[in-house]
Design a protein around this ligand. Structure first.
Ligand code: PRP
Length: 181
C-alpha cells in the first residue's frame, strides 16, 4: 500500500466487480440501440474507470474525451467547471454515455448535462464509479452509481490529490497529514 494512504476503501477486486455490474447494466440499457452510443470520458479522473468499463461492455461504443476541471489543487470545487479540452465529435442525435469517476458537489455533472443536451444529444446517460452525496451542492444524480462513499478524502483508480495517486489500482483514504501540511 502507498505510504500516504491510511486505508483501502475499495480493493481492486471490489472495484472490478463494481465495473462488471455497471457494464451489464449499460448493456441492458442499450440493447435496442441502433447506433453505437458515444461514450465520453470526463478527464482526467474517469480515464481508468472508463477504459475498464468500455472493455467490460458487450455493446459496441464509440469513444470521445473531454477535459473538465474545477478543483485544481484545492479540495473544494470552484463551482465553475472549466472545459480545458472539448470533444472531437458532434453529439447531435447521439446516445451519449457520460462516464464520471465521482459525483461530489454535482457542478460538473450539471454543466455537462446542460452542455451536451444543448448540443442535441438524443439521450444522456450518466454512470459514475463513486457518489459522495454528503458533499452535494446541486440536486443531481447519476443514472447508475457503482459505489456510494462517505465524506473522506479518497484517491486512486483515477482520483487524485494535486495530480498524484491516480494510478493506484485501488481506492484508498488519504492520510490527513498529506493534505493538511
Ligand atoms: C473531479 C472528478 C469529477 C468532478 C466531480 O474532477 O473527476 O469530474 O471533480 O466533482 P463535482 O461533482 O464537485 O463537480 P476535477 O475537476 O478534480 O478534475 P480531474 O478529473 O482532472 O481530477
Amino acid at each position: 500500500m502507498n505510504h500516504d494512504v491510511e486505508r483501502v476503501l475499495l480493493t481492486e477486486d471490489e472495484v472490478r466487480e463494481g465495473v462488471k455490474k455497471a457494464a451489464a447494466w449499460l448493456d441492458e440499457q442499450y440493447k435496442d440501440c441502433k447506433a453505437p452510443p458515444l461514450a465520453i470520458s470526463v478527464l482526467k479522473g474517469s480515464v481508468i474507470f472508463f477504459c475498464d468499463l468500455v472493455r467490460a461492455m458487450q455493446t459496441p461504443v464509440q469513444m470521445d474525451f473531454m477535459t473538465v476541471s474545477s478543483y485544481g489543487s484545492s479540495s473544494e470545487s470552484s463551482g465553475i467547471p472549466k472545459i480545458v479540452m472539448d470533444l472531437a465529435a458532434p453529439v447531435e442525435g447521439r446516445d451519449v454515455l457520460l462516464v464520471e469517476d465521482i459525483v461530489d458537489s454535482g457542478y460538473t455533472l450539471v454543466k455537462m448535462r446542460a452542455l451536451l443536451e444543448g448540443r442535441g444529444a438524443k439521450s444522456f446517460t450518466v454512470v459514475t464509479l463513486l457518489d459522495k452525496p454528503a458533499r452535494r451542492k446541486v440536486d443531481v444524480k447519476a443514472d447508475y452509481t457503482c459505489f456510494e462513499v462517505g465524506d473522506e478524502f479518497i484517491v486512486g483508480y483515477g482520483l487524485d490529490y494535486a495530480q498524484q495517486y491516480r494510478n493506484l489500482p485501488y481506492i484508498g483514504v488519504l492520510k490527513r497529514s498529506v493534505y493538511e501540511k
